[in-house]
Write a protein that binds this ligand. Sequence first.
Ligand SMILES: [Zn+2]
Ligand SMILES: [Zn+2]
Length: 266
Amino acid sequence: MIPQDYHIHTDYSCDCKATMIEMCQAAIELNIGEIGFCDHYDLMPEDPCFAFFRADAWWESLQHCREDFHGSLTIRAGIELGEPHLFQDETHEMLEKYPWDYSMGSMHWVGSKTVFDRSYFNAPADVAYRTYFLELAKMAANGDFDILAHMDVVKRYGFDTYGVYDPLQFEREIRDVLRICATRGIALEVNTAPLRRPVNQIAPSAVILSWFREEGGRWVTLGSDAHLTEHIGFGLDTAMSHLTSAGFEDLASFESRNPSPIPIPD
Ligand SMILES: [Zn+2]
Ligand SMILES: [Zn+2]
């Protein structure tokens, strides 16, 4: 049984065509009790999703889904904030204006380069990864968000260029990020999208989940990063077994930006 999928996109994201209703139906078919929509809110002018998100229409759709699927599905209101540390005023305004259940902090851009473009990986592997984690620490310290999304997503295309990366090589930088999240009460997402890519790993890598616990991390969430209905729930059983191995016994369920524990099923 999969208790939760907190990273689901809809056609309110520039890179997704599925409707909210279709995503809800897919979740119900899989018997997932709680989902969270989490569309891109991107403020980097160079980002393909820049100025795409329409919050009022999104909230109207969400209300419809909550009414239509009442009793069979709990639907959380999330938002995927791109680089929230760089756009604090806009982020604050968006978070204040609507009753979000959680905000996700995502880093897709490092300076003027996106880690979804291969040119980011013209640098030596050591530089590409270290720079990413150093900037991520700034986001964790200064961004207003509840869940850190796909912590080492840089490996998605990093893998295609350099092969497998070893988190141990960047342990100090990664632990800095995790410690900041633990101190601020930010949850760590286990994102399964890289399991659908050649890199074929969860994000973050399993060892990082143990480090998060060692650094005092309390809250974790599951996310398939679904952009298609068939992605919903994908790999979340794998994610849960990694979490259990790392010593986590429950997931964070968010309501009005407050986490409460729900047990990870056996
Ligand atoms: Zn993302
Ligand atoms: Zn996403």
